[in-house]
Design a protein around this ligand. Structure first.
Ligand code: ATP
Ligand SMILES: Nc1ccn([C@@H]2O[C@H](COP(=O)(O)O)[C@@H](O)[C@H]2O)c(=O)n1
Length: 235
């Protein structure tokens, strides 16, 4: 039987695209000595594999049949998270516009979600057994993947703020204009919220943090405090 270390803490951070989940989760995990899991990277990785192997990502049946083929491995050091697919470093390729535009269709396929959810639960269980715990970020962590997490946080921000953050990132690369960036993230959120299986949603017992007017440091501090309060309450 798997036994968690008594002090291990499991933190679930969910929210729409561009709300600051990755930046916040990485920093909180690093500050508190926890592991970190980017579940979006796993869905991106399987999407990249589908594209690279000629699977039509709009064909849910074809995606379902192929879903078990790639081997996806996530490294959970918050200072240097990694993702490989069949042993290949996928960190760069999973961030292309092509993957971003196709990932919602792939992640909506129930067979994909079943496989990736199992993988996520086994990574979290290992972190609870062998480390001080983990911060897991995504869309359905608090509702489906880890419903018994010690702390659930749901980050939000206005679409304008999120688009401005994303446009800032893209400057000099694929420099999209603000309106196009905003439209793309609203479209992806609608697809992620509207799918039948495990949609993007706030768990009933999650703490909602609106980051629109907060700096990243303020959000990090807020979540660190929430984790510390949870830990103190367990003593
Ligand atoms: N509170 C904040 N204020 C300003 N910029 C922020 C804030 N939080 C995050 N950012 C910036 O916004 C961008 C998006 O953040 P991040 O990648 O962490 O979001 P995300 O929710 O993980 O997005 P996605 O779900 O699309 O992966 C990054 O450039 C990050 O530095
Ligand atoms: N728990 C999750 C996490 C992510 N997804 C899907 O992956 C896409 C990419 O996520 P990013 O955080 O890297 O932007 C996202 O749009 C979802 O389609 C998911 O379904 N569940």
């Amino acid at each position: 039987m798997e036994t968690a270390a008594p002090s291990a803490v499991i933190v679930a951070i969910d929210g729409p695209s561009g709300t600051g989940k990755s930046s916040t989760s990485k920093a909180v995990a690093a500050k508190l000595g926890l592991r970190y899991l980017d579940t979006g990277a796993q869905y991106r990785a399987i999407t990249w594999w589908m594209i690279s192997n000629g699977v039509d990502t709009d064909d849910a049946q074809a995606v379902a049949i192929a879903a078990g083929k790639p081997s996806i491995v996530s490294g959970t050091d918050p200072a240097a998270p990694t993702i490989t697919v069949d042993g290949l470093d996928a960190a760069g390729p999973i961030r292309t516009q092509e993957v971003t535009s196709k990932v919602s269709a792939v992640s909506a396929v129930p067979e994909v979600r079943t496989l990736i959810t199992e993988l996520q639960r086994s990574i979290a269980a290992e972190a609870a057994r062998e480390a001080d715990g983990i911060v897991v970020e995504g869309r359905d962590i608090g509702t489906t993947v880890l419903p018994d997490a010690d702390l659930k946080v749901f980050l939000t921000a206005s679409a304008e703020a999120r688009a401005a953050r994303r446009s800032g990132e893209l400057r000099g690369k694929e420099a999209a204009d603000l309106a196009a960036t905003k439209a793309a993230l609203i479209k992806r959120d609608a697809a992620d919220s509207g799918r039948k299986t495990s949609p993007l949603a706030k768990a009933g017992d999650a703490v909602e943090v609106d980051t629109t007017e907060l700096t990243l440091d303020q959000v990090i501090e807020c979540v660190v405090t929430l984790v510390e309060e949870k830990r103190a309450g367990r003593k």
